[in-house]
Write a protein that binds this ligand. Structure first.
Ligand SMILES: Cc1ncc(COP(=O)(O)O)c(C=O)c1O
Length: 399
C-alpha cells in the first residue's frame, strides 16, 4: 500500500538548546516535559480496568505542547493508540514515524480526504452510512479492508449516528465486506460536572444509553471491536466508564479534569511557559502603566518589561490579574497586557535584571501557577488556555 506522508517538522526547536540551556536571547518559549507526560500516562493507566487500552488525545498539536513530543512520551508510558482532530494532524504524526493506530476524532466527509486517510493508515470516525459506503469502495478498489470507528450520539449532539437508527444501520454496515469496524464510541457532554457521580447525572444516563445500544447490536469479544466512551473526566467516574479503551487528553498533560475530586491523581503538569525580562525601569508614585493607563502606581515602583503578550496567546482579559514567578517568588503583572510585552511590578526584588527568566505557568519550589488559575480569571477553561499559545513561542523539550 502506498503511504503518502508529509515532512513537516514538529514545533520543537532543537536549536534552542545550548548544552541543555536555552539561548539567552530567546524572548519567550514553552518547555515541555516528556517525562511528565510519560509518568502521567503510567499513573492513569494503573487506574484502568484490566486490559483497558489508553488512547492519548494529541489533537491541536498535543493541546499546544507539541504533538510529536507528547505522542512519543505517551507511547513510552503505555498509550497504545492516538487520537487527533484532523487528517493533517494524523498525517503529520505518520511522517514522524509514529506507527500506533491513530483515530481521527473529527468528521471527514469528502471522498478525497477519506482516501488520504486510508493511504496514511489512519482511522476515520464515521457517523453516516454514506461515509461507510465511501470507505467500503476505497477498500474494495485497493483489495483491502478500510479500518474505522463508528460513533453514536448519546447526548452530545455533535458527531455520531442517531441512537434510534443505529441498530438497523449497524446490521447494514456489517454486510460491507471492505470495511473493518475497529471501534464503536460515543462522547460525554457533562462528565466534568459536579454531579457526574450521581446515578441520575447526564454522564451516567449517557453511559446507560450506550450500554443498552451495545446489548442490542450484540457485540462479543471475538469481533475485536474496541468500545470507548471516556475522556479524562469520564475515566475518573469509575470502571463502568472504561470499557475497552479510554480517550484521555487533559489529565495526561497533568491537570485534574474535575473541580473537586475525592482522590487526587497527583499528576505532573508538563508545560512551563517562560519569558525574558528585556527592560527594567523605576517609576514614581502616580504614574500610569501601559495602554489606557488603567494601572497607576500608588508608590515608587520598579517595573520589569517581560517579552510576551497577547500575540503569543496570552488572553488580554488576564491584564492585572496574574502573577509571574521568579526565583520562587510571585510578582504581580500590572497594566494592560500588550501585543508582545507586559509589565510586572518587581518592587523590592534585587535579583531580577535584563535577561532574567520569568515563569508564567508551571511551578518553582512551592510557587505554582496553573492554566486552571488563568481560566478562572478570564472566563475560560483549562483546555482553551493550553491551546491558545501561538507558534511564535518555540516548544523546547526538557526532561
Ligand atoms: C472525542 C473526544 N474524546 C476525547 C477527548 C479528550 O478529552 P479530555 O481532554 O477532557 O480528556 C476529546 C477532547 O476534546 C474529544 O473531543
Amino acid at each position: 500500500m502506498q503511504i503518502f506522508l508529509n515532512n513537516r517538522k514538529s514545533n520543537v526547536d532543537s536549536n534552542l538548546k545550548f548544552g541543555g540551556e536555552i539561548d539567552p536571547t530567546q524572548r519567550a518559549w514553552i518547555e515541555v516535559s516528556g517525562k511528565a507526560i510519560e509518568s502521567n500516562v503510567r499513573k492513569l493507566k494503573s487506574k484502568l480496568k484490566n486490559n483497558c487500552e489508553f488512547m492519548a488525545v494529541v489533537k491541536a498539536d498535543g493541546y499546544g505542547h507539541d504533538a510529536k513530543v507528547v505522542s512519543e512520551n505517551a507511547i513510552k508510558g503505555g498509550a497504545s493508540q492516538l487520537g487527533v482532530a484532523t487528517l493533517k494532524e494524523g498525517i503529520k504524526l505518520r511522517s514522524f514515524g509514529i506507527n500506533v493506530p491513530i483515530l481521527i476524532l473529527g468528521n471527514l466527509y469528502a471522498k478525497k480526504d477519506l482516501l488520504m486517510c486510508f493511504r496514511n493508515d489512519l482511522m476515520p470516525t464515521i457517523s453516516t452510512i454514506r461515509e461507510c459506503l465511501i470507505c467500503n469502495n476505497i477498500g474494495k478498489n485497493n483489495n483491502l479492508k478500510f479500518s474505522l470507528h463508528l460513533k453514536v450520539d448519546t447526548g452530545m449532539s455533535r458527531l455520531g449516528f442517531e441512537c434510534n437508527q443505529f441498530v438497523q444501520q449497524f446490521n447494514n454496515i456489517k454486510s460491507l465486506e471492505n470495511i473493518s469496524v475497529k471501534g464503536i464510541y460515543t462522547h460525554l457532554a457533562c462528565a466534568d460536572e459536579k454531579n457526574a457521580f450521581n446515578p441520575k447525572s447526564s454522564a451516567q444516563l449517557q453511559r446507560e444509553k450506550f450500554q443498552k445500544l451495545l446489548k442490542l447490536i450484540n457485540i462479543d469479544n471475538s469481533q475485536n471491536i474496541k468500545i470507548h466512551i471516556a475522556n479524562s473526566a469520564g475515566m475518573i467516574l469509575g470502571k463502568d466508564f472504561h470499557f475497552d479503551m479510554v480517550r484521555v487528553g487533559l489529565s495526561m498533560y497533568g491537570y485534574e479534569p474535575l473541580v473537586k475530586t475525592n482522590e487526587p491523581l497527583y499528576l505532573k503538569p508538563a508545560l512551563f511557559l517562560k519569558a525574558r525580562v528585556t527592560f527594567v525601569r523605576t517609576i514614581e508614585k502616580g504614574i500610569g502603566v501601559s495602554y489606557g493607563s488603567k494601572f497607576v502606581s500608588d508608590r515608587k515602583t520598579k517595573l520589569a518589561v517581560v517579552s510576551i503578550g497577547y500575540a503569543d496567546g496570552i488572553n488580554r482579559n488576564l491584564s492585572d490579574k496574574i502573577n509571574l514567578i521568579h526565583n520562587k517568588k510571585l510578582y504581580p503583572q500590572v497594566g494592560s497586557i500588550t501585543m508582545d510585552q507586559m509589565m510586572v511590578d518587581i518592587t523590592g526584588s534585587d535579583d531580577i535584571e535584563v535577561g532574567s527568566t520569568m515563569l508564567l505557568l508551571g511551578s518553582d519550589g512551592k510557587q505554582s501557577i496553573s492554566p486552571l488559575d488563568w481560566a478562572d480569571k478570564c472566563n475560560s477553561i483549562t483546555w482553551e488556555i493550553l491551546c491558545s499559545f501561538k507558534n511564535r513561542l518555540p516548544r523546547v523539550q526538557v526532561a
